[in-house]
Design a protein around this ligand. Structure first.
Ligand SMILES: Nc1ncnc2c1ncn2[C@@H]1O[C@H](COP(=O)(O)OP(=O)(O)OP(=O)(O)O)[C@@H](O)[C@H]1O
Ligand SMILES: [Mg+2]
Length: 258
């Protein structure tokens, strides 16, 4: 057993993995503030959604936490910065940002998740292959392993990218709108896996912009509109006042959803 897995087991059996803490995150793209002074804490073992209208800064917040856009603020996980622990982190970017014409098969994409464990230019171990196979099986995509990703449906593509995150065996997962273009069956498969990951005590943070019934799958929510409007347990966030503040007159969700 590796030192890493020993530590993980101890943390899970003790007080679980630590919280993720973002402090005073601000991002400005030239003259536009996309995110202003957002301080938020994400609980391990819970499925957490980031919601807010288009352009609210949801993707920007994820990218800021990953150090992919310049900005102010800090993000810690346990006693260290998140980025110092990037080998334990998996990120699924929003669909539009992935080059779907890239000549890789579903299998290649999932194996990319093993690169951090194996190292570039090294041969993948039997263990890595087994993990990739298991990950593809978990998203029910084994039979498509040899299909180029450009020739999969939108929902199948999303499943392959979630499989890559699974193969990585990350403890912190950032998923930006993983449900875009997926049908109800795929949505259920993806939510199931996310719940399993959360139940293992991991940090699972998901950008989600649909206010329909599926929002009940989230335990915690972060409601953004450039600023942080509300965060915490779902029922606390999905109240009239914060939702009106974030969405203006355009919010039209059913209160019983909360
Ligand atoms: N690279 C960029 N350069 C300039 N402005 C940007 C850039 N990326 C995002 N923005 C702007 O920053 C704001 C926040 O964008 P962001 O993509 O984070 O929103 P979002 O909440 O993820 O929206 P969506 O629901 O449409 O995905 C928007 O006003 C957007 O136009
Ligand atoms: Mg976005």
């Amino acid at each position: 057993m590796s030192a890493h897995s020993i530590r993980t087991l101890q943390e899970v059996s003790g007080d679980r993995l630590p919280r993720l803490q973002a402090n005073h995150l601000s991002v400005r793209y030239r003259d536009v503030w996309a995110l202003e002074d957002v301080t938020v804490s994400v609980r391990p073992g819970k499925l957490t959604g980031i919601i807010g209208p288009n352009g609210a800064g949801k993707s920007t917040m994820m990218k800021a936490m990953l150090g992919l856009v310049p900005g102010d603020g800090s993000v810690s996980w346990g006693d260290d910065s998140l980025l110092a622990q990037r080998n334990r982190l998996a990120y699924l970017p929003q669909r539009a940002q992935i080059d779907w014409s890239y000549p890789a098969t579903a299998w290649d994409v999932v194996m990319m998740g093993r690169v951090q464990k194996t190292g570039w230019f090294k041969r993948f171990s039997a263990n890595s292959r087994a993990k990739a196979k298991e990950a593809l099986g978990r998203v029910e995509m084994e039979e498509f392993a040899n299909r180029p990703i450009g020739r999969l449906s939108g929902g199948q593509q999303q499943r392959v990218f979630l499989a890559r995150a699974l193969a990585q065996e990350a403890d912190v997962l950032f998923l930006d709108e993983p449900f875009t273009g997926v049908d109800k069956r795929t949505e259920a498969i993806l939510f199931n896996i996310m719940h399993e990951l959360a139940d293992e005590g991991k940090i699972v943070l998901v950008v989600h912009h649909d206010l329909g019934a599926a929002i009940q799958n989230f335990d915690d929510l972060i409601l953004l509109n450039k600023n942080l409007i509300a965060s915490g347990a779902r029922k606390r966030v999905l109240r009239d006042e914060p939702m009106q503040r974030a969405y203006g007159g355009f919010v039209n969700f059913l209160p019983e959803v909360a």
